[in-house]
Design a protein around this ligand. Structure first.
Ligand SMILES: O=C(O)C1=C[C@@H](OP(=O)(O)O)[C@@H](O)[C@H](O)C1
Ligand SMILES: C=C(OP(=O)(O)O)C(=O)O
Length: 431
């Protein structure tokens, strides 16, 4: 482990910055670009470790992909030309890659084995395996197919009508992707709308897909057509800097070209409810997704209740929202967020443990936490649980702590935000 110590920030967070490309959209652009026959160019790709694993997996199946930094060129002969990989496919830490590929691999006429790092190996896959088996997928894995490694024997799939038991865009996407290959129609019904990047991008790639409120139907009638994608900035990465500017006195920060898809902007709604000074300008659409520039100015905030349908719209932002809540007046209650327990680590437990160590007052609940506000953080030594979002939350917490914050290992940050420290240095430097 490589301990790193972060000192409190003695000045405001100021400036203008870009955040890296959206992780969810970058994964999907590589997947659909690989499945479509022809050339797909991706700009502002996220060169984080998770998305690089997605590229490697398609390369192992024979797709020609050139990646240099944020620019990716895919040349594919189409999904029919994919070749059987001669080695197991490695998914690293990436839940999105694993779950979405579980929707693609069972329709390919060959054998594959999926495996991942120790964190991914204990994340539940049964939520995807169950509907896919209903479609006829032949797969098995550890503990009745619930955990990686999973082995898949390609075959024929049949469409289904499936009500999602979990609020998960990854499960929704896996079933829809399997539906692209299945006989007949595949319909997915969501209890609560989750991020809809799969639907938006499949539409752009020419798939036969129809969404109506929370019901989405696909058929295998049309082949995907290669389509260039410009990836908007990732609001989940922006969240760390939005919160930094909201909690460090006198801050004033603009984040340019951030994705503003409504299924992802729960953090903005919560900040506005807390009384934050946030404005959005230059709102526009690119590659079927909204984006714009977000400006945040420091102001005193008040606690709120975060629950219900907003949870999937800010699920990955809950660790940093918890930090924000420690600085607001009154308490913030986070409920219905039990999904956090099956992310890269149990994020409810990790957040409560870390912020308590730093001097905040929180209570862990089964499906969330209660954060008591107006607490000065003292600093201390914390573990990152090898979770990128937890590590970044720890670094941002150091900005407002009285003493320094030592984190056991921050290397996981490269999973979703390789330029995090460079960007942080730019907006916190002495002027
Ligand atoms: O579809 C996606 O790209 C994602 C969906 C969410 O996971 P769930 O589908 O498990 O909620 C999110 O937490 C993850 O970071 C990315
Ligand atoms: C949960 C996350 O990603 P994944 O599920 O793809 O590992 C995340 O990025 O916070």
């Amino acid at each position: 482990m490589k301990d790193r110590t972060f000192q409190p920030l003695e000045r405001p967070v100021v400036g203008e910055m870009n955040v890296p490309g959206d992780k969810s959209i970058s994964h999907r652009a590589v997947m659909f670009g690989s499945m479509a026959k022809g050339k797909t160019v991706i700009d502002n790709f996220l060169d984080g470790e998770d998305c690089l694993h997605t590229i490697d997996i398609f390369r192992q199946m024979g797709v020609r992909i050139k990646q240099s930094g944020l620019h990716v060129v895919i040349e594919s002969d189409g999904v029919e030309a994919f070749q059987e990989p001669t080695a197991p496919l490695y998914f690293g830490n990436s839940g999105t890659t694993a779950r979405l590929m579980l929707g693609i691999l069972p329709a390919l006429p060959f054998f594959t084995v999926m495996h991942g790092d120790p964190h991914l190996t204990i994340r539940p896959m049964e939520r995807v395996v169950t509907p896919l088996k209903l479609m006829g997928a032949q797969m098995d894995g550890r503990k009745e197919g619930n955990y990686l490694p999973i082995a898949i024997k390609g075959g024929v799939l049949t469409g289904i009508h499936y009500e999602l038991p979990v609020k998960s865009a990854q499960v929704k996407s896996a079933v829809l992707l399997a539906g692209l290959f299945a006989e007949g129609e595949t319909t997915v019904i969501e209890q609560t709308k989750t991020r809809d990047h799969t639907e938006n991008m499949l539409r752009a790639f020419g798939a036969d897909i129809v969404s109506n409120e929370n019901t989405i139907t696909v058929t295998n009638k049309r082949k995907l057509r290669a389509t260039d994608v410009t990836v908007p900035g990732d609001i989940s990465s922006a969240a760390f800097f939005i919160v930094a500017a909201a909690i460090v006195p006198n801050s004033y920060l603009t984040l340019k070209n951030v994705g503003l898809n409504e299924t992802r902007t729960g953090i903005i709604d919560i900040l506005l409810e807390m009384g934050a000074n946030i404005t959005i300008e230059n709102k526009r659409e690119i590659s079927g997704e909204m984006l714009g520039d977000i400006t945040v100015r420091y102001t005193k905030l008040k606690g709120v209740i975060v629950e219900g349908d907003i949870i999937p719209r800010l699920i990955d932002e809950i660790p940093i929202i918890a930090l924000l809540a420690t600085q607001a007046t009154g308490s913030t209650v986070i409920k219905n967020a039990e999904e956090l327990r099956v992310k890269e680590t149990d994020r409810i437990h990790a957040v409560v443990t870390i912020l308590t160590t730093l001097g905040a007052k929180l209570e862990e609940t089964a499906d969330g936490m209660i954060v008591h506000g107006d607490t000065k953080l003292q600093g201390g030594s914390i573990a990152s649980y090898s979770d990128h979002r937890i590590a970044m939350m720890g670094v941002i917490a150091s900005l407002i702590s009285e003493g320094s914050v030592t984190i056991d290992d921050v290397s996981s940050i490269a999973i979703s935000y390789p330029a995090f420290f460079d960007d942080l240095a730019k907006v916190t430097k002495e002027r």
